[in-house]
Write a protein that binds this ligand. Structure first.
Ligand code: ATP
Length: 531
């Protein structure tokens, strides 16, 4: 007769969930109170996503119970009843991209029997969105929206079903600073109206910014629930890892002797994305390319690896020209690639960890005889240990790995060919704090062994491992920072404030020493980086 349970937005206890030999949840529990912003954190594979599946009626637990406001959770398969209780906004959209906002809002509950009055539907959609303070055109197709607007539509949709608990699974992963501010602002307003949030994130500073309570899962079990204020980050990391927290951050390195250029671009440009770029990455060097979501940095990365054809300029690897606009040629030339979107460009779900870790191009999937299983497995074993991949072994299908562990397999695969230069776009996206260090350490080792690395990211932790960082704003390199930069300098440069900040930020020679773009504070206004 726990009163806490009776009033809880959601209460779960004794939850057990097995996938074959894997115990994903082992007697796990969680209580979220109405109006609470509750963080759920844990290392990759700790069981967070599995709990979300159980709390949303997507997975049936082997044992345990879930209640909403003290009442038992809806029956298995009663989707409509679950939707009235809880919704999850995933990193991957759960909306239908080809349909309009209005259609998505009323999907599954369109008035049946007679013809649909689209104009009236759009009007209702407009009212519904306005009611939640969301300014999105109901006639726009979902695929035309940015991540931020799409998430707001999903939140509004959940609330309109009556849900008073919303689960956010790494909602900030693809938002820039302005987008995160607006999302958090909206969440705070909704909380004041009694809506509860369960917030899953690997960004502990966001947990501090948004949440009042945090729960830590480790190895399929609940290990801690505590108020966020007053909880030291060390204690949180210790709860996640089960070890006393050591120095988790990479220490910035001083200038180190760099070797011959391994990657060079001259006048490389893509119209509407980035201005002519002269970039040099030397052997032994890790170079960072820092920029907000639409700064053009991702397009630069994609061009280097052949995914995007440039409108001008040249790329050379160890002095040899690379045919641009071709992934196979870039790979053959020695450019390794860690893509941003592992779901789309990353993995073959049904194949094993070992196969995915070693198959660099899709056409190698055909004749499996060309791959030596023993070598493949030996390499996979090495990577499983170096990158701390949580798996039952090299033969496990990657579809059975947690999201963060899948990302590590993508990185293993890029390393399998021993590239001359590794290009990694936001490599630690979705990776837990402890694994981040391991993974960035591996990138460092690749450089120490004589290759070069380029890290394209707006995550300061990713960039800390770099020997130097080039800040990109609106498609141009606006500043260069040697290791040892201060967070605020680099953040200012990414937001286009390098000159205004006026600190040490010399115009980057790699960018041709151009002036910073004449923009003032517009972190969120990076709309396409047209030079
Ligand atoms: N469909 C599945 N089949 C087999 N194993 C699975 C499946 N889904 C999850 N698992 C396993 O369950 C465990 C928990 O995974 P889960 O996805 O819940 O972790 P997580 O905490 O969300 O991790 P991440 O931070 O990487 O997203 C992992 O060991 C994973 O390999």
């Amino acid at each position: 007769m726990g009163t806490a349970e009776d009033t809880a937005a959601v209460h779960a206890e004794g939850i057990v969930k097995r996938y074959g030999p894997t115990v994903a949840l082992d007697g796990a529990r969680l209580t979220v109170r109405p109006g609470e912003a509750h963080a759920l954190v844990g290392r990759n594979g700790a069981g967070k996503s599995t709990l979300v599946s159980v709390l949303t009626g997507m997975a049936r637990p082997d044992a345990g119970r879930v209640t909403f406001g003290g009442a038992p959770a809806p029956g298995w398969g009663d989707t409509a009843a679950w939707q009235r209780k809880v919704a999850c906004v995933h990193q991957k959209s759960m909306t239908v991209p080809e349909l309009t906002v209005a259609e998505n809002l009323f999907l599954g509950r369109l008035p049946g029997g007679r013809t649909i009055r689209w104009r009236a539907l759009r009007e209702r959609a407009r009212e519904l969105l306005a009611g939640y303070g969301v300014e999105v055109d109901p006639a726009a197709r979902i695929k035309e929206l940015g991540v931020e607007q799409r998430q707001f539509v999903e939140i509004a949709r959940a609330l309109s079903f009556g849900a008073r608990l919303i689960i956010l699974d790494e909602p900030t992963a693809r938002l820039d600073a302005g987008g995160i501010d607006r999302l958090f602002g909206r969440l705070r307003e909704l909380r004041a109206q009694g809506v509860a949030f369960l917030f899953i994130s690997h960004h502990l500073q966001e947990v501090h910014e948004l949440c009042d309570t945090v729960t830590v899962f480790r190895d399929a079990r609940h290990v801690l629930t505590a108020p966020v204020p007053g909880l030291a980050e060390d204690a949180l990391v210790a709860a996640m890892t089960g070890e006393a927290a050591g120095p988790t951050r990479q220490r910035p390195r001083g200038a180190r002797p760099a070797g011959e250029p391994v990657l060079r671009t001259r006048g490389l440009t893509a119209d509407g994305y980035f201005a002519p770029l002269d970039l040099t990455v030397r052997a032994g060097e890790v170079v960072g390319l820092a920029g907000a979501t639409a700064s053009g940095t991702t397009a630069i990365g994609e061009t280097l690896v052949g995914l995007r054809a440039p409108d001008g300029g040249r790329i050379t690897v160890r002095g040899r020209p690379v045919r641009t606009g071709s992934v196979p040629h870039a790979l053959a030339a020695g450019i390794g690639y860690v893509p941003e979107d592992r779901h789309r460009e990353g993995l073959v779900p049904g194949r094993s960890v070992a196969e995915n870790a070693t198959l660099t191009v899709a056409d190698q999937l055909g004749p499996m005889g060309t791959v030596l299983p023993a070598r493949t497995r030996a390499f996979a074993r090495r990577m499983i240990s170096a990158l701390d991949i949580r798996t039952t072994g090299p033969d496990q299908p990657v579809s059975g790995l947690s999201g963060g562990n899948q990302q590590k397999v993508v990185i293993a695969r890029a390393l399998a060919r021993e590239p001359a230069v590794l290009v990694a776009v936001r490599p630690t996206n979705g990776v837990d704090v402890k694994s981040k260090d391991a993974l960035l350490g591996v990138v460092r080792e690749v450089a120490d062994a004589g290759s070069g690395a380029l890290i394209v990211s707006d995550e300061l932790d990713d960039l800390r491992v770099c020997d130097r960082v080039l800040a990109v704003f609106h498609g141009r390199v606006t500043a260069e920072f040697a290791a040892g930069w201060h967070d605020h300098e680099l953040v200012a440069a990414m937001e286009g404030l390098a000159a205004a900040a006026g600190e040490e930020a010399a115009p980057g020679p790699a960018g041709g020493g151009r002036e910073p773009a004449p923009h003032t504070r517009t972190a969120q206004g990076t709309e396409g980086a047209a030079p």
